[in-house]
Design a protein around this ligand. Sequence first.
Ligand SMILES: Cc1ncc(COP(=O)(O)O)c(C=O)c1O
Length: 436
Amino acid sequence: MPISFFVDPLRESRPRDAARGDRWIDRWLAACADLAELKRSNPMTDAVIDAIDGRMIRIGDKWLADFASCNYLGFDLDSEIIEAIPEYLRRWGTHPSWSRLLGSPVLYEQIEDRLTELLGCEDSLILPTITHIHMSVIPVLAAGGTIFLDSRAHKTIYDGCQLARARGATVKRFAFEDPDDLDRQLRDDRAHTRIVCMDGVNSITGNAPDLAAFARVTRRHGALLYVDDAHGFGVIGERSPDELSPYGCRGSSIVRHLDETYEGIVLVGGFSKAYSSLAAFIACPTPLKELLKTAAPPYLYSGPPPVASLATTLAGFDVNDRRGDALRQTLYRRTIRVLDTLHRLGVRTLNHSGFPIIEVPLSDHHDIGAVGRFLFEHGIYVTLAAYPLVPKDEVGFRIQVTAANGDDEIEQLCDVLGLLSQRFALQREDDLREAA
Ligand SMILES: Cc1ncc(COP(=O)(O)O)c(C=O)c1O
């Protein structure tokens, strides 16, 4: 599931656990109990999708509007991209089953060249998934020094940091969205190597961090800033007076969107969301790319993405060049329609960016199962954000809008949100104002 895992049961073990003879597996099971119950009892988790028709999905005999996929630009359904695949398969077969160090079809170079140009970075390296990158690159970059980890970082970043810790690095957490806390911690740390790991567009809140502030702090302390913009790449990009929407142009990701430079920043992102393809990248200086070719295990040992994914990535660049900004304009318009509906209902969402990830927290986290069933019965498919994927006061559901959701599906969603807000206690915008 593409969202954070909030607690670490292994870290949370207390002395009394050991005294009682608790096993680590029991602590894992206890930590995941809410989620496991949801998986068992709710049609909205672990579902088998029997068919799709555009952005409608069929589960058994029930058709639902899908607001749970990350195919933000609708490239998974784009006929121009789909039709590009057979020619690549004819030329390259289904799968280049060499590890990349053994040999890479020239398609990789073509992707890296186009990506480097799009991002405006020095160089880039393609590996199969972001998870592979975090698990292999973070330990290399940490080099036994200190990692400063955003306390709300995505689970896959967290896991990469745990592996680095096993290789001798120290992991310290800094408060979410708090560059001042990071500044204090960096000031007090004297490690030879310091790296700061965090998300770009956050997969739960849908908001971007204040990258300029974090970059200022990390540069001032001579640390490296490592940013995972899985959800921003393809959606947000460089600003321009001619832009069709506030998402900016070209989907060139968070560094360009916020008009930052790549000095002291390593950007990671993937094609498996906005580009609907299995591949991921690290944007970095050329010497680091060359180092990673021998130091990052997936380049040496892992199977590569299938040719169809390399094909859809390349065809995706073409479509992005020609129609991407228009698709992002549609995506923005549909997202704003949903956000306006929530606002009109007085319902709180964590999203204040207008980006297409809209988390709606419940007043009572115990309602999650019933809310999931209600949405399912009313034909709406979303991601349920249960504890421990999110903290208890943020348990709720996450709507992801894509350019391929029709206006009729958006209207259906808005109607159902109205019914839901009458039936269940959702957190209110007013509560937030009173608390402030
Ligand atoms: C922020 C973030 N990073 C990483 C990942 C994992 O990406 P991949 O599937 O390429 O490993 C996800 C997936 O949902 C994500 O949301």
